[in-house]
Design a protein around this ligand. Structure first.
Ligand SMILES: Nc1nc2c(c(=O)[nH]1)N[C@H]1C(S)=C(S)[C@@H](COP(=O)(O)O)O[C@H]1N2
Ligand SMILES: [Mo]
Length: 203
């Protein structure tokens, strides 16, 4: 199936070395890292939904079937983990976050996003970066469903920031007028998390 393909800007920096941020090492495998256990999620159950709410005029919810029915794009991107590994040339698939957000009619006061995941996990991202063209709600990686340990059924993908900003098992997108620390940020991770500036820890 042919879908629009977005090439994440950071993949166009040149050689693999040019594409590797400071302090990072390339890996071919994809390590698994998160707090707690992999949740058992049934996205087709009545209680599963993705909620878009907060500083928006038209909050709404989507079922998993509705999300799968939205136009999807393929994103080619590099992943950079704060634990010093990077993995180049990943392909993720899903609807664009910009389209998901715009449908809720964000207010002019909306400047930040808080992602909410299963088991109370949260992560904060500036709205402007959350709606870049290469940001999607990912349900596939390399043409196959993302595995549960990497965030199936749905992951908020923000390729230009460290991978901890890409929320696994996402269930809610809250638009806010002020920034607030999410789960890892409350534990010392950086509020922004730009790998090219090594925004790893501390605010
Ligand atoms: N829901 C949820 N998402 C999460 C986390 C988490 O603890 N819970 N950890 C983050 C962190 S710290 C990292 S490094 C990446 C790791 O993603 P991976 O396991 O797919 O490599 O997931 C991020 N997303
Ligand atoms: Mo992490």
């Amino acid at each position: 199936m042919s879908r629009p393909r977005i090439i994440s800007p950071d993949t166009q920096r040149g050689s693999p070395q040019d594409r590797t941020p400071p302090g990072q090492q390339l890996t071919a495998k994809w390590p698994v890292l998160h707090y707690g256990n992999v949740p058992k999620v049934n996205p087709n159950s009545e209680d599963w939904s993705l909620r878009i709410f907060g500083q928006v005029d038209e909050p709404y919810e989507l079922s998993y079937a509705e999300i799968l029915a939205l136009p999807a794009i393929d994103v080619v991107c590099d992943m950079h983990c704060v634990t010093h590994w990077s993995r180049l040339d990943n392909v993720f698939t899903g609807p664009s976050l910009k389209s998901i957000i715009e449908k809720a009619k964000p207010r002019a006061t909306a400047k930040y996003v808080m992602c909410h995941s299963e088991a109370g996990f949260t992560v904060n991202v500036p709205l402007k970066e959350f709606i870049n063209d290469d940001c999607i709600l990912a349900y596939e990686w390399d043409g196959k469903p993302i595995t549960p340990d990497h965030g199936w059924p749905l992951r908020g993908l923000v390729p230009q920031l460290y991978l901890w900003k890409s929320a696994k098992w996402i269930r809610g997108i809250e638009l806010r007028n002020s920034d607030a620390p999410g789960f890892w940020e409350q534990n010392g991770y950086h509020m922004h998390g730009d790998p090219w500036n090594e925004e790893r820890f501390g605010w």
